[in-house]
Every structure is written in C-alpha cells, then in structure tokens.
Ligand binder design. Structure first.
Ligand SMILES: [Zn+2]
Length: 325
C-alpha cells in the first residue's frame, strides 16, 4: 500500500525532472494517469544502495508487499493486468517469483498501445541511471527478450537468447525482480529513507536452510525534507559483478565509483577467497568446479604508483546449470 503522500513544490519539481528525463511522448489512450505520483522527498542527493543480483535462494512464495504495491502502481498508471507474483517452489527453474519478489505485468508487444505504454513505464524506471529503479528496489526488468539491470546500467537493454515461447521470451508480460529491500517496501520510494545497508537473504553455504531477512531498521518516521535539484547515484564503494553466478556464464567485474580518475585497473577472480589461477581479466566464465563456492573479484586501481585493492562482496554462491531437486 502507498503510504500517505505529502507532495511539495520540490517533489513536483523532481517528478517533472524524471518525466523530462524519460522522454515521454503523447499519453496513451487507455492510461489512467501520466505518471505515478511523485516519490517521497529525500534529505540528501544520495539514494538507495543495493547488492546487485541476488538470485532466489529460499522458498517463500507469498507475495511480498513491495511487489504487490509496484504491480498495483504500474497497472493504475499504465493499465494492463497482473500475470502474478507467487510461484510454487517446485515449478520450473530458479526464480524470484518463488520468493514473492518478482512480478509479471501482463502487456503484449503485439498491441501497439500496450507497447507504447510499457515503453513509457520502462523509460520512467530506467531514466537517469535507473534512479526510480534504485528507489523502488528493482533488480532487473525483462521485456520483449531484452533485459535491463540496475547493477549493469552502463550496458543498457541487452538482447537475450530465445527461450522459445512468447511467455518465455517475455513478449506477453513485463517481468520485474526486486531486491529484498524492494520486496519489503523498504526503499526510499516508499519510505523516504534511502537504503544504506541492504538486506541480504543469504544464510550459510548451499542455501539448504530456508532463511529470510529480518528487517532490522524498523519503521522510522519519514522526515520532511527538500528534494535535491539533481540526482547523485549512490556510490559503489566496492566492486560489483554482472552476470548470473551459474556454471558456464560469463561474469563481468564492475569496478565501482571508488576508482580514481585515470587509474589503471587489474583484476583477480577468487573462489571462496582464494585466487583462481589465470582468472585476471575483467570477465570470467564460471567453471563446473566452482559449484557451491563464492566467486568474487578483487579490483586493484593504480594511479601515480599508488595501488588500492577492493573486493566484491555479498555475491551469491555458484549454482549448477541444471538445478537438481
Ligand atoms: Zn516473471
């Protein structure tokens, strides 16, 4: 549910800026509103941080409040219907639907008016380096066989290999996966308070024990604050990794915002903290011997002879190509 919202002049200004950035064209004929009501004001120019890709690791299919609220917001603003949030844990392969933190918004690429409205919604979500995506706790979006992820904004929309059907290729629905913070409606879009320490669903090796995050922050009063005139992305203080941690998949190191200008970068991929021999490029393809291990990357930035090394963290354990039950 949306909490009571108190729009201010500055909030409206931010909403207008987001709209402008989203390059909106003519409003669709069926849409009930031009854009969602503005986000809550923030106290500073820093917005929510995130942990990158966090794949399903438990079984908890009940629809989480953030997924419900976002689906409702999309339908209210741009029309369409729900194709569901929850999915049985025994159905198909790994999916955030099994943790109630993915939603399917039924829209069709074959219908021009629906396609146009989806284009507007996705422009709104991804504009300004994914400002709205970060504030909603969106991890990634799949539509029309293309994927956009918040942890890989510089790569934009990437074409996916065909999986066969219109449903499998996301031509009859938009799929949106949320972080745990987004799923629990704890991100700044809803609370007005940027996420500083993201929730991590991991508990122990292998993910055999079901474990769900505990909200430690509790409900906090929403500060009345001025919205900054310009948006500054949350700093990436550690390197990130792009790609699914799956055997045979290529991983890509995303160095982060801590790297000084002009620095020369070197990489060392690690397995459970130990260097992987020969894995010193920006990308690394995961081998079968890494199943169940934590593959991470150390990035060393050297500028004027001074070297700084930082490691990625909170990555998911590698999982096999075929998920065994
Ligand atoms: Zn889906």
């Amino acid at each position: 549910m949306l909490r009571p919202h108190h729009p201010s002049r500055m909030t409206v200004r931010l909403a207008v800026a987001i709209l402008a950035a989203a390059v909106l064209v003519v409003p669709g004929p069926v849409a009930t509103a031009k854009s969602p009501s503005g986000p809550r004001a923030l106290a500073s120019a820093t917005i929510d941080t995130h942990l990158g890709y966090m794949p399903q690791s438990t079984c908890s299919p009940s629809a989480k409040p953030g997924a419900k609220a976002l689906l409702k917001l999309l339908i209210k603003t741009w029309g369409g219907r729900s194709s569901g949030i929850s999915r049985g844990c025994g159905v198909g392969t790994r999916s955030e639907h099994k943790e109630g933190r993915a939603l399917d918004w039924r829209m069709s690429v074959k219908k021009k008016s629906e396609r146009k409205r989806v284009d507007k919604a996705l422009a709104w979500i991804t504009a300004n380096n994914g400002e709205v995506a970060l504030r909603l706790g969106i991890m990634y979006v799949i539509w029309n066989q293309r994927i956009w992820s918040v942890y890989y904004p510089e790569l934009g929309w990437r074409k996916m290999p065909s999986r066969g059907s219109a449903t499998a290729n996301h031509k009859n629905h938009v799929h949106i996966s949320l972080s745990w913070d987004g799923a629990y409606q704890q991100t700044s879009w809803w609370t007005g308070v940027p996420v500083a320490s993201p929730l991590n669903s991991r508990c122990g090796k292998g993910g055999a024990r079901a474990c769900l995050p505990v909200i430690g922050r509790g409900p906090s009063p929403v500060p009345r604050a001025e919205v900054p005139a310009s948006f500054t992305p949350a700093p990436w203080i550690v390197p990130g990794i792009g790609g699914s941690p799956q055997v045979g998949r290529e991983q890509r190191a995303v160095p982060g915002t801590w790297v000084p200008d002009g620095a020369e970068l070197t990489y060392q991929w690690t397995s459970d903290g130990k260097p992987i021999e020969g894995a010193t490029a920006a990308t690394y393809v995961i081998g079968p011997d890494q199943v169940g291990r934590e593959v991470e990357v150390r990035v060393t930035a050297t500028v004027d002879g001074v070297a700084t090394t930082r490691s990625s963290r909170n990555t998911a354990d590698v999982y096999p190509t075929v998920i065994k039950r």
